[in-house]
Ligand binder design. Sequence first.
Ligand code: PBG
Length: 326
Amino acid sequence: MGFPEVRPRRLRRTPAMRRLVAETHVQPSNLILPMFVKEGLTEPRPISSLPGVVQHSRESLRKAAAEAVAEGVGGIMLFGVPATRDETGSGGIDPEGILNVAVRDVVAEVGDATVVMADLCLDEFTSHGHCGVLAADGSVDNDATLRQYELMALAQAEAGAHVLGPSGMMDGQVGVVRRALDKAGFTDVSLLAYAVKYASAFFGPFREAVESALVGDRKSYQQDPANLREALREVALDVEEGADMVMVKPALPYLDVLARVAEMVDVPVAAYQVSGEYAMVEAAAANGWLDREKVILETLTSIRRAGGQLILTYWAAEAARLLRRI
Ligand code: PBG
């Protein structure tokens, strides 16, 4: 020890001192709760690979949304699970489709008190489970999909969503949706672009949550986990096309990407702590192998430290409560 007088531990000595010098704080208002609603349910239904998360009925969704807002969450991201699907995902466009109906319900219930967001993607609504429509050869047709996204965006805006989250990773999706919204007079509706979305195995439990019909993978449109530079390019394009906020997804395995994105742009940066990240912690905690609450808060702090200003997490409502306690 050349310099015994330099003692970083001085600043870790008491809880008060540690609180004083903490560099990162997670606020309930940073947290966005993703919620699932399924057409035709009368009671909420548990999702086995996401213990504690449910597919809501329309009624239980309204109630749970109000509870989450009372806990102080900053926003809600809605996903719809339709009763029937077709080749083009028309249930996402139909004003009476489950997601659009749910947006109206939640906006009516808590619309003035929170930010209501809708996932803008076809995968829940297509019979093949892909995020877009298919060409004759079975590949995902980028530009035909953009036409559907425009219509879906208009339906979601009409339903009252404050923020749309284009998440299908089609080229040009942000620009096309922005133009369609503006042309129809929805200039106040914001876009949270899933700018960086990896073809991740961490989405596994989500596929159960939305009863995905997907066979195969999404590697022709979602990104290769090996690539960082490509992620920065996606972000630059989305900001240029008019994204109001950008997202990196998943979160914890991609904190390096998140940190670079946060350095690069001047719009708010979100991170999606996805279903597999949630499931890993819940499974370990259920075995008594991890201290569940401490791990939840540690992951959120780490995502925030890396530059995620907003965090989508299935723990949003509970974490908001935990954060008020400390
Ligand atoms: C696509 C979408 C997915 C997720 C959010 N939006 C699934 C996918 O791309 O396969 C995954 C979220 C999660 O795993 O929690 N609509």
